[in-house]
Design a protein around this ligand. Structure first.
Ligand SMILES: C[S@@+](CC[C@H](N)C(=O)[O-])C[C@H]1O[C@@H](n2cnc3c(N)ncnc32)[C@H](O)[C@@H]1O
Length: 365
């Protein structure tokens, strides 16, 4: 044990702990009868330590190394993918930090959006803690997604977050790059791999279907991510947003009257047609029910008072993306209009609607 600890650069106490919790048990015996690590134990220990170093919790590591479908080569591939991604992100962060240092030295202001951009796909490590307050399964949207999954038995959920739309009756594997989001997955939920859509650590056609819900707009390269989903699964189901329709900014009163900055957030987002083409999908509208249980950006279209609540906005990434100035202005203006009755006057046509088409689309390939 001492020799293995020395070679691996960990303490003997750590090895004892792994032994106690059944994570890595030395299964061989020395001639003198002491317990020792077999070659297979060392291989397992190496995987455990590598995943630990990448930030996985002990429970997640146990799930990963106990997965009978993953052999040593598959673990190495996954680890290589995770490390390359981490190196990319570290490079990007170093560059961004250097740029910010130069800007600060010149006395220039760095906007909140620029500060967050540095974090890249890690945005959810910064804002994910507020997510579970209002984000949960909306049964009518879930039913539409699960219907699109057809008879698929194995499901990959990309950008899974806390797993709101994972079907309970299929074999689900989740992919989620944010450690904060992974930690918030309820006990007993599907195993979750730390990876990003653009580089999925799975063999071609490993799943019946790959799904992604309310996440594509966060990906560094949405089209590359969609192609990856297409590669690893026979079918693809994606809940995303349509910016092709002319005047889409006016579909929702919140964007139209209070937060025109939302359009800039999606400025570089690919067209719905482009995304559909990338995976050979058809699109169907996903109406948002008036009492939508999942606190997504469009959820409260008939309950405007919700947008004035801090905890509601903190679970929607849009508000972080537009920055505090736009947020404060929008909230102030909406509060005034709610009080004066102007909002109700302008949006009287909504009162009788049970659901609204606000641009959410399900791509089915
Ligand atoms: C709005 S949440 C949606 C979570 C979940 N699908 C749901 O519907 O509740 C967006 C998620 O996408 C994840 N994400 C961001 N960049 C990603 C990437 N490049 N690949 C995969 N997921 C990503 C975030 O960490 C976050 O958990």
């Amino acid at each position: 044990m001492g020799r293995v600890a020395e070679l691996a650069g960990v303490s003997v106490r750590t090895l004892h702990h792994y032994d106690e919790i059944g994570l890595v048990r030395p299964s061989a015996r020395t001639a003198a009868g002491y317990r020792a690590y077999s070659a297979a134990d060392v291989e397992r220990l190496r995987e455990v330590l590598a995943y630990r170093r990448l930030g996985f919790g002990l429970r997640e590591v146990a799930e990963l190394v106990d997965d009978p479908a993953t052999d040593a080569v598959a673990h190495l591939r996954r680890l290589r993918g995770l490390l390359l991604e981490r190196r990319d992100r570290a490079d990007a962060m170093v560059t961004a930090i250097e740029r910010e240092l130069e800007a600060r030295a010149r006395g220039q202001r760095v906007t909140p959006e620029e500060q967050l951009k540095m974090l890249g796909t890690r945005l959810y490590d910064a804002i994910g803690g507020a997510y579970p307050a209002t984000r949960r399964t909306e049964p009518r949207i879930a039913a539409q997604i699960w219907d699109a999954l057809g008879d698929a038995q194995t499901v990959l959920n990309v950008g899974a977050g806390t797993g709101s739309y994972e079907p309970a009756d299929r074999h689900v594997t989740a992919v989620e790059p944010s450690a904060v989001m992974r930690r918030q997955r309820p006990a007993g939920s599907a195993p979750c791999v730390a990876a990003a859509a653009e580089s999925l650590p799975f063999e071609d056609r490993s799943f019946d279907v790959a799904m992604a819900v309310s996440t594509v707009h966060h990906w560094g390269d949405p089209i590359a991510g969609l192609r990856e989903m297409r590669r690893v699964a026979r079918r693809v189901v994606v809940l995303t947003f349509d910016t092709d329709e002319p005047g889409w900014q006016d579909r929702f009163w919140l964007t139209r009257d209070y937060l025109p900055e939302f359009a800039a957030v999606l400025a570089e987002f690919p067209s719905l047609a482009g995304m559909a083409d990338a995976i050979g999908a058809r699109a169907e509208p996903v109406p948002v029910p008036w009492d939508c249980a999942d606190g997504l950006f469009e959820a409260y279209w008939r309950r405007p008072g919700a947008y004035v609540e801090d905890h509601v906005r903190r679970a929607m990434s849009v508000w972080t993306r537009v920055g505090p100035k736009a947020e404060q202005r929008a909230v102030r203006s909406l509060s005034e209009d709610l009080e004066s009755g102007r909002w109700a006057e302008r949006n009287s046509d909504l009162a009788g609607l049970d659901a609204a088409d606000l641009g959410l689309r399900l791509l089915i390939a």
